[in-house]
Design a protein around this ligand. Structure first.
Ligand SMILES: Cc1cc2nc3c(=O)[nH]c(=O)nc-3n(C[C@H](O)[C@H](O)[C@H](O)COP(=O)(O)OP(=O)(O)OC[C@H]3O[C@@H](n4cnc5c(N)ncnc54)[C@H](O)[C@@H]3O)c2cc1C
Length: 462
């Protein structure tokens, strides 16, 4: 373990006053989005009530059918929200952060599919009761006699496949690209759902305003998707014209890539953020991967630092200067703007050092870096970190050791953290690393009694 301390600097982009002034629009955006989401949900329920709802329910069969309708409508609404959560709508991304949005997306997906499956069951049971026939006979009648039912069934099966492929146990066995490919089928599921709902749905054939309202919801979601997932990244790619300028070997399995381009001062990127990178002409242009900036963007170039862990990252070292690059972003709220205290401790697990290295360069106040690696060979940026530490008030702690070794459980335990950072409760705590490592460190940090609101985490998994 090494420790270095040096003199103070006062630069850094987010002062306390700046942070306070930014909090007003933040809550306005949050309030506006919740209001919009809630108002649409209320309007959908109101349309259902006006269209009969439970007022015209006289038999058990009608009750099942009516409840089936509202679960279907709410399921369809959550399906659109599901798309909205990942259209990369900048105000939402800035508010919540990309990684938390993916967590919401996963949760919303489960509720949404639950509602859609409930819709299928409730409607089939309700119709079977009203027609006084068996469930299989009703299911077969629905499929053969009702328009739009085949497309609805195909759409539902696709959504079930997407959910199954995302279950932890299945996803762990699938290659990321295979999982992503299956995930794209959800869009087909939504289109099939639209055909079932709007042109042929009972609710909408006789209710033109409701059909128009729902068509508006679908079109608005489609417009956001086209704008933020296609048009915006394409235009920015042409504007910034990013190219690989230089590839530098940092260690046996880590390289840094410096990129140059035009108008990089207009990217509005900050230390701690990441982009989704696509290297054109490198044989894998169709894949985009998230990598954090490993240096403060200076308006002329960007730097990312990548560890070789698989079939994409393995080829990064062979990138040639001049290779065209498309970067979507910046994303993430793991930035100095999240700070609540004057001083901070930054804890990096392995390659999680990349955004932390950039933050150390940008942040003001008295800083402590704790850098956890399995062996000395895994330490990257050692010279840069020690140079930074000499220029600023930064204490460096390298915590080296295999967690499977005897006595290693003490490393980064709450007790160990308190020894290195006696005032940890009065600091912001930034944690970054592969998910398992980041989760473990977070648990130990919480045991020190540090408030949750002071803990900021970036996990290297979406
Ligand atoms: C916000 C964020 C920031 C990151 N920053 C860095 C960084 O600065 N430096 C660094 O070395 N690594 C970083 N990573 C991790 C990096 O994205 C993965 O290691 C890389 O994508 C693995 O690709 P692969 O095909 O070589 O490996 P694989 O063996 O195919 O994948 C390893 C794991 O990486 C993830 N992954 C693979 N492909 C993708 C993809 N296209 N999109 C998202 N995740 C994928 C999956 O969880 C997969 O299980 C970051 C990850 C995230 C989420």
């Amino acid at each position: 373990m090494a420790s270095i301390r040096a003199r103070e600097s006062s630069d850094g982009y987010a002062t306390t006053r700046q942070r306070a002034s930014r909090s007003v629009p933040r809550w306005t955006t949050a309030g506006g989005l919740w209001l919009l989401g809630g108002a649409n949900a209320a309007f959908i329920i109101a349309l259902w009530l006006r269209g009969g709802g439970i007022a015209q329910v006289h038999t058990a069969g009608e009750l099942w059918t009516s409840v089936g309708r509202i679960t279907g409508l709410l399921g369809a609404y959550l399906l659109l929200i599901q798309v909205f959560l990942l259209v990369r709508f900048p105000p939402l991304e800035r508010l919540v952060g990309f990684d938390r949005l993916t967590v919401w997306h996963r949760l919303n997906g489960k509720i949404c599919l639950g509602l859609i499956l409930a819709h299928v069951v409730l409607i089939t049971v309700g119709y079977a009761m009203m027609d006084r026939i068996s469930l299989p006979a009703e299911a077969s009648a629905l499929l053969t006699n009702y328009p739009g039912m085949v497309t609805a069934t195909v759409g539902t099966v696709l959504l079930v496949l997407v959910l199954v492929s995302s279950l932890v146990i299945v996803r762990r066995r699938l290659r990321y690209e295979a999982w992503y490919g299956v995930h794209l089928m959800a869009y087909a599921g939504i289109v099939f759902g639209w055909f079932h709902q709007i042109p042929t749905g009972n609710e909408f054939i006789t209710n033109q305003p409701a059909a128009m309202y729902w068509t508006g919801l679908y079109l608005a979601t489609l417009a956001l998707l086209v704008l933020f997932r296609l048009a915006h990244p394409t235009l920015r790619a042409f504007w910034h014209r990013l190219r690989v300028a230089e590839v530098t070997v940092e260690s046996a399995n880590v390289v840094s890539v410096r990129l140059t381009g035009t108008h990089l001062d207009r990217l509005n990127a900050h230390a701690g953020q990441f982009f989704l990178w696509r290297f054109l002409g490198a044989g894998r242009w169709w894949e985009s991967h998230p990598f954090s900036l490993s240096a403060v963007p200076d308006g002329r170039s960007l730097r990312i630092t990548i560890k070789n862990v698989g079939d994409f990252t393995r080829h990064i070292g062979a990138l040639r200067p001049g290779t065209a690059v498309v970067a979507e972003g910046p994303f993430g709220i793991f930035t100095a703007a999240a700070r609540r205290h004057d001083n901070a401790v930054l804890i990096a697990g392995g390659i999680g050092i990349t955004p932390i290295r950039a933050l150390l360069e940008e942040m003001s106040g008295e800083l402590i870096l704790i850098y956890r690696v399995l062996s000395e060979d895994d330490l990257v940026f050692r010279d840069e970190l020690e140079q930074l530490a000499r220029r600023r008030v930064i204490a460096l702690h390298y915590v080296v050791g295999d967690h499977r070794a005897a006595g290693a459980e003490r490393l980064l335990s709450a007790e160990h953290l308190r020894e290195m950072v006696p005032d940890i409760r009065q600091r912001d705590i930034y944690i970054c690393g592969p998910p398992a490592m980041a989760d473990l460190i977070e648990k130990h940090v919480q045991r020190t009694g540090a408030p949750r609101t002071s803990i900021h985490i970036e996990r290297f998994a979406l």
